[in-house]
Design a protein around this ligand. Structure first.
Ligand code: PEP
Ligand code: MG
Length: 827
């Protein structure tokens, strides 16, 4: 804590001041008072040695501020400095502030833990409040820059940001204002708005070269004014050189940019040619409706608003981690829109006064806010209406269980959107979606996984597409290479037209030959299974004749809703899948949430490193009732079906033992209720954490099968987050480090007669078939549309050649070498 020494000619004066400090800053301990001198005859005066001693009693590494009354007090204090230890002296500041007001202000500030700089400033400016209250012009606190004039607790600023106070600087200003108690207003052309409301600040439409007047009222008004002044000096965090609002753009993605193309990360194969659609994502019609219980409705609104804020914070956090702070600011802006007190109050009032439902009240208020943005005479700010629509949608999604925006198009289009939720991708009208370009996210994001499993040609990570492609423009999306041609030349269009036809013919051929098992030339069968996320995938699974379901990602049943599905609902879904597969194996993986799959209503605490946090089995072991409910549902559905059970993210024997014990407990609960199940349901685990590979020999005797999750195994082995475009080339499943882990797992499985499959993205890559067979995998599970290609590739393999290829790959030093070995460097 900063120490304070008060020096006065009068002992009576310092005694009184001591009393005041004790009242106003009771926590202030490091304060010493020096009043008068030791001379009964002539007590008025100051003594340098007493001042020096006082400084030493309160000095520590945070420094000391000395306040003095007048004349010789100043001289004594200066003399005292000469007697101090040089180390102490360095940290002592003599204040020109008024002794009474200055001491009180400094004491309050120091007791709050402020540093010497801030405490000294408080003392110096201690008269400002009194001056402004008495109508005196404030003494200038800051160096008077050309564009800054100060008056009382006002601040007149010229805005020199190229695009005025648009979204980003407005967000910075609102965040700054929000950190003070003071009421801060902002005036332009006679319109006064609250500086803590993002909507009000942004719709004020302050442009480059305009002057605004800030007013500060309340306890920490001084500090707030100073903070705003600093923010202004820092151009509200925006580089002034920027001629246009800096786009929230993604850094150059993995694949090299080819001339005339925008490149991203391929998710699923295919070529799409057609008009681009950049839909203004509108919310479904919200009917005017009334509520019964106003208090309950307001509570529901507040709860859902909070969930939307949390979701937004998660996006902000992810964007910060993956793309950097500039990109994360789009979500900061969204968060501030969600937290805008005016909007919240207006919604609450509509619910309370008109008894509107939360949905209708929120929609009504945010429609008006969006309209305000649309009316601004500034192109950039007008476009922010889309951000209001985004947050409108975010809250409506929380309020309503089945809220899915409609993507209805009159003709087939290539859809370009920032991001979609899994349920939105699941609901896309496939007949009218030629291709999908997701500006954000990585290839293993939820949306990407669903798009791939639905056979929609998809590319992720092309942020520029949002600004460089116009609605209706004919574009090419080459999902094999991950490239988008925003303005293809006629020659390129013709070339891609031919390529597309060729690809479709080849696919059709493969599909026709796909029926039946995949057996290598020398008679080894590799089970080719499908990955699914729900019952809607079943038709594709049957169309492509999967030999089973190798991975049912059940977490998708828990996403995009407000509460977990109960046992009955889960049971019906698992039973539909089990029966639909007519006795073929169906591996149901228990809930794998966390990481990039947060479920806001289940995950209450935010984690710094969610991929290394309470994810998969760790989460379910910590939430036993939820886990037991799912286990019972799976067990019930296993009766007379081929359902098997798989635990995700197992990293240790103890975790598996606990999961198995709970499975036994779930069986017992069913026995007590006389509900049938397959008592001998096969149990397996995902191998996706390096520690599981290390102890695979200990895990193998406890299970019936292993399934290697290369998506996670690669990220954990390479210590590079999957889905983070900045390190997208690192978590490569073809890296020999990952392949050696696969090998070790297969060996451990073999010794215990454990079936070893693979369900990560590597399993579906047909050019890798010889390597995968050579590594000894019994099963490959993939998105259904990849099945025909992989079956054909496996049928073309001879296992002894494959063994040699695997050996070579394991001895290589990089994924690129392995790619070359497999002929994957040629397109
Ligand atoms: C994996 O990690 O490879 C896997 C298949 O699981 P998910 O992608 O669902 O994490
Ligand atoms: Mg995984």
């Amino acid at each position: 804590m900063v120490g304070i020494v008060v020096v006065s000619h009068s002992s009576a004066l310092v005694a009184g001041l001591k009393e005041l400090v004790a009242q106003m800053a009771p926590q202030m301990e490091q304060i010493a008072f020096v009043g008068g001198i030791d001379d009964p005859e002539n007590p008025i005066g100051t003594d340098p040695m007493q001042v020096m001693e006082a400084i030493n009693t309160v000095a520590d590494r945070d420094g000391v501020l000395v306040l003095m009354d007048l004349g010789s007090a100043l001289l004594s204090a200066e003399t005292a400095l000469d007697f101090l230890d040089p180390e102490v002296k360095k940290r002592v500041r003599l204040s020109p502030g008024p002794v009474i007001e200055g001491t009180l202000s400094a004491a309050v500030q120091a007791s709050l833990g402020a540093d010497l700089e801030a405490v000294a400033r408080e003392a110096e400016n201690a008269l400002q409040m009194k001056r402004s209250q008495l109508g005196y012009e404030a003494a200038p606190l800051f160096t008077q820059a050309d564009n800054i004039t100060l008056s009382g607790l006002e601040l007149r600023l010229d805005i020199s940001n190229p695009n005025g106070l648009h979204a980003r600087p407005a967000a910075r200003l609102v965040s700054c204002a929000g950190s003070f108690q003071a009421h801060i207003s902002l005036e332009k052309d006679g319109r006064v708005v609250d500086a803590k409301s993002i909507n009000q600040v942004a719709t004020l439409g302050v442009r480059n070269g305009e002057t605004v007047l800030f007013r500060f009222e309340g306890e920490d008004a001084e500090a707030a004014r100073e903070a705003v002044c600093r923010l202004h000096a820092d151009s509200f965090g925006e580089p002034l050189a920027a001629a246009t609002p800096a786009a929230f753009s993604l850094p150059l993605p993995v694949s090299a940019r080819r001339e005339g193309t925008l490149c991203g990360i391929p998710v699923s194969e295919g070529i799409a040619i057609g008009p681009a659609a950049l839909p203004d994502i509108r919310v479904a019609e919200v009917e005017k409706a009334f509520c019964e219980d106003v208090d309950a409705e307001i509570e529901r609104f507040e709860k859902c608003l909070l969930l939307a804020v949390e979701e937004c914070e998660q996006l902000e956090h992810n964007a910060e981690q993956e793309l950097g702070s500039e990109e994360a600011e789009i979500f900061t802006f969204h968060r501030l829109l969600l937290q805008d007190i005016e909007t919240i109050e207006a919604t609450r009032s509509l619910i309370a006064d008109k008894r509107y439902t939360a949905e209708y009240a929120w929609k009504t208020v945010t429609d008006e806010v969006a309209a305000d943005y649309r009316n601004i005479d500034d192109e950039y700010l007008r476009a922010r209406a889309a951000d209001v629509v985004d947050i409108q949608r975010a809250v409506l999604k929380q309020l309503s269980d089945i809220f899915i925006p409609s993507f209805e198009f009159e003709e087939p289009v290539i859809l370009i959107v920032h991001d979609l939720s899994p349920s939105e991708v699941a609901g896309l009208p496939k007949e009218n979606i030629l291709g999908l370009c997701l500006a954000a996210g990585g290839p293993t994001s939820h949306a990407a996984i669903i798009a791939g499993s639905r056979g929609i040609p998809t590319v992720t990570g092309i942020m520029e597409a949002l600004s460089m492609v116009r609605d209706g423009q004919t574009i090419i999306l080459d999902c094999g290479s991950g490239c988008l041609y925003p303005r293809p030349a006629p020659g390129t269009l013709a070339e891609y037209d031919a390529k597309k036809k060729e690809l479709e013919q080849k696919r059709q051929q493969l599909k026709e030959q796909s029926h039946g098992p995949a057996i290598t030339k020398d008679g080894i069968e590799v089970r080719i299974a499908a990955n699914i996320a729900g019952t809607t995938d079943l038709s594709l699974v049957q169309e492509y004749d999967a030999q089973g379901i190798g991975l049912f990602r059940t977490e998708f049943l828990f996403l995009d809703r407000n509460s977990a599905p109960d046992e009955e609902e889960q049971y019906r879904i698992y039973q539909t899948v089990g029966r639909g597969m007519q006795g073929r194996p169906v591996i149901i993986r228990t809930l794998d949430i966390g990481g990039d799959k947060p479920v806001p209503y289940l995950h209450s605490e935010k984690e710094g490193n969610p991929f290394l946090g309470l994810r998969g089995i760790r989460f379910t072991l910590a939430n036993r009732e939820l886990f037991l409910c799912q286990l019972r549902a799976i067990l019930r559905a296993s009766f007379e079906t081929g359902i098997q059970i798989m635990f995700p993210m197992i990293g240790a024997v103890r975790e598996l033992q606990e999961a198995v014990d709970l499975l036994e407990q779930a069986k017992q609960q069913l026995r007590e209720k006389r509900l049938p199940c397959n008592e001998n349901i096969p149990v397996g685990i995902m191998i996706e954490v390096p520690s599981a590979v290390a102890v695979a020999d200990q895990l193998a005797p406890m299970v019936d099968f292993f399934s290697i999750g290369t998506n996670d195994l690669s990220q954990y082995v390479m210590a590079a987050e999957r889905g983070n475009p900045r390190v997208a080339s690192l978590p490569d499943p073809l890296h020999p480090a990952v392949l050696r882990m696969v090998k070790k797992t297969v060996e451990a499985g073999r010794l215990c007669d454990v079936h070893v499959g693979m369900c990560g993205a590597l399993a579906g890559i047909s050019k890798a078939a010889p390597l995968l067979v050579g590594l000894g995998l019994d099963e490959l599970s993939m998105n259904a549309p990849m099945i025909p290609g992989q079956k054909a590739a496996v049928r073309d393999v001879d296992s002894s050649d494959a063994g040699k290829i695997a050996e070579q790959a394991l001895a290589m030093t990089s994924a690129d070498e392995v790619r070359k070995l497999l002929g994957m460097d040629q397109t």
